[in-house]
Design a protein around this ligand. Structure first.
Ligand code: ZN
Length: 85
Protein backbone atom coordinates (compact mmCIF):
# COMPACT_ATOMS: atom_id res chain seq x y z
CA UNK A 1 0.00 0.00 0.00
CA UNK A 2 1.66 3.21 -1.18
CA UNK A 3 -0.82 5.85 0.02
CA UNK A 4 0.11 7.37 3.36
CA UNK A 5 -2.60 7.07 5.97
CA UNK A 6 -1.53 9.41 8.78
CA UNK A 7 -4.42 8.61 11.10
CA UNK A 8 -3.33 5.01 11.28
CA UNK A 9 -0.55 3.72 13.46
CA UNK A 10 2.93 3.42 12.07
CA UNK A 11 4.59 0.04 12.61
CA UNK A 12 7.07 1.61 15.02
CA UNK A 13 4.25 3.00 17.16
CA UNK A 14 2.43 -0.30 17.12
CA UNK A 15 5.49 -2.21 18.34
CA UNK A 16 5.73 0.18 21.28
CA UNK A 17 2.08 -0.46 22.14
CA UNK A 18 2.22 -4.24 21.90
CA UNK A 19 3.06 -4.95 25.54
CA UNK A 20 0.11 -2.87 26.74
CA UNK A 21 -2.04 -4.36 23.98
CA UNK A 22 -1.36 -7.90 25.19
CA UNK A 23 -1.87 -6.86 28.81
CA UNK A 24 -5.24 -5.32 27.90
CA UNK A 25 -3.96 -1.99 29.23
CA UNK A 26 -4.89 0.14 26.21
CA UNK A 27 -8.01 2.28 26.03
CA UNK A 28 -10.61 1.09 23.57
CA UNK A 29 -9.85 3.51 20.72
CA UNK A 30 -6.10 2.75 20.81
CA UNK A 31 -6.76 -0.97 20.98
CA UNK A 32 -9.07 -0.69 17.96
CA UNK A 33 -6.35 1.13 16.00
CA UNK A 34 -3.85 -1.63 16.86
CA UNK A 35 -6.33 -4.29 15.73
CA UNK A 36 -7.04 -2.40 12.49
CA UNK A 37 -3.32 -2.08 11.81
CA UNK A 38 -2.85 -5.82 12.29
CA UNK A 39 -5.58 -6.52 9.71
CA UNK A 40 -3.60 -4.99 6.85
CA UNK A 41 0.01 -5.33 8.09
CA UNK A 42 1.43 -8.87 7.82
CA UNK A 43 4.78 -7.71 9.24
CA UNK A 44 3.25 -6.62 12.53
CA UNK A 45 0.99 -9.69 12.65
CA UNK A 46 4.10 -11.87 12.44
CA UNK A 47 5.87 -9.72 15.03
CA UNK A 48 2.89 -10.09 17.38
CA UNK A 49 2.90 -13.85 16.89
CA UNK A 50 6.59 -14.10 17.78
CA UNK A 51 6.14 -11.67 20.66
CA UNK A 52 3.36 -13.83 22.09
CA UNK A 53 5.43 -16.99 21.65
CA UNK A 54 8.37 -15.38 23.46
CA UNK A 55 6.16 -14.28 26.34
CA UNK A 56 4.67 -17.77 26.54
CA UNK A 57 8.12 -19.39 26.72
CA UNK A 58 9.34 -16.91 29.33
CA UNK A 59 6.27 -17.39 31.53
CA UNK A 60 6.52 -21.16 31.21
CA UNK A 61 10.16 -21.06 32.25
CA UNK A 62 9.44 -18.75 35.15
CA UNK A 63 6.45 -20.63 36.51
CA UNK A 64 7.27 -24.25 35.82
CA UNK A 65 10.58 -25.38 34.37
CA UNK A 66 12.99 -23.04 36.08
CA UNK A 67 12.02 -23.53 39.75
CA UNK A 68 11.97 -27.30 39.23
CA UNK A 69 15.41 -27.25 37.65
CA UNK A 70 16.81 -24.98 40.32
CA UNK A 71 15.42 -27.28 43.00
CA UNK A 72 17.04 -30.31 41.37
CA UNK A 73 20.37 -28.54 41.11
CA UNK A 74 20.22 -27.65 44.78
CA UNK A 75 19.33 -31.21 45.76
CA UNK A 76 22.17 -32.46 43.56
CA UNK A 77 24.64 -30.12 45.19
CA UNK A 78 23.38 -31.16 48.59
CA UNK A 79 23.84 -34.89 47.82
CA UNK A 80 27.39 -34.31 46.58
CA UNK A 81 28.16 -32.31 49.66
CA UNK A 82 26.84 -35.02 51.98
CA UNK A 83 28.80 -37.75 50.22
CA UNK A 84 31.93 -35.69 50.38
CA UNK A 85 32.68 -36.09 46.65
ZN1 ZN B 1 2.79 -2.68 10.81
Amino acid sequence: MSVARPQELACKQLVELLTDFLDGALDESTRTRVEQHLVWCPGCTEYLRQFRATIGVTRKLAEEDLPERVKENLLDAFRHWRHGS
